[in-house]
Design a protein. Sequence first.
Length: 188
Amino acid sequence: LPLPAPPRANEANPARHFNVGRTVVREVLLRLESLGIIEKDERLRWVITPLDAQRIRDLYELRSLVEPAALRAAASHANPAEVRAMIDALHKAQRIYPKVSRTAMDALEHDLHVRLLSQCPNKNLLGSLQRTRCILPLSKHVLGVSTPMPADDPFMSEHLAVLEAVAGGAPRRAADLLREHLEVSCVK
C-alpha cells in the first residue's frame, strides 16, 4: 500500500485565522523549514516533515557526528560559572526526580545541547545542527504523559558526566561522553 501523503500547510489559512499578512506566515514557515519541521515538496507546496523512526535515527546520527566536535570547540570558550550552574541544575533535578516538570527537563536539555554548544566558534557546525533541534524535546514530552517516567533519570546522569568533563578541562573526554549519550538516546 502506498504511504499517505504528508499533511500540508498553506499560507492563506493561518494568515486569515491570525489576521496577519501572508508574508508574516511565509516567514514563520521559512523558519520552520530551517528547523526541519516542514519542507517544500516537488510541486513547491509546504508539507509537514514526518518525524518517523528513520528520520529520528538519521537526525541522531547527524547529532552524534557533529555535536561532539562542536562541544570540543565550545569547551575552551565556555564560561566556567555557567557550566557550574548547569551542573548544579542537574544535581537539583536529580534530587527531586521524577517530580521534574517537562519545562525543567527541556531547560536541562537546552543547557547542554544548545546553550553550551552555542559557545562553539565554528558557526557552520552549529548551523548543521539547527535541523536536528526538532527532536530535542521529543522524549521529554512523551515521558510522564504517554509513557510513565522511568525509574532512573532518562538523561541527567549522562549530561552530568559530560558537563563535569568540560568543567574538569577534558574536552576530548566530554566529546566521547556526549557521543555515547547521543547513541543511547537514539535507542531510547
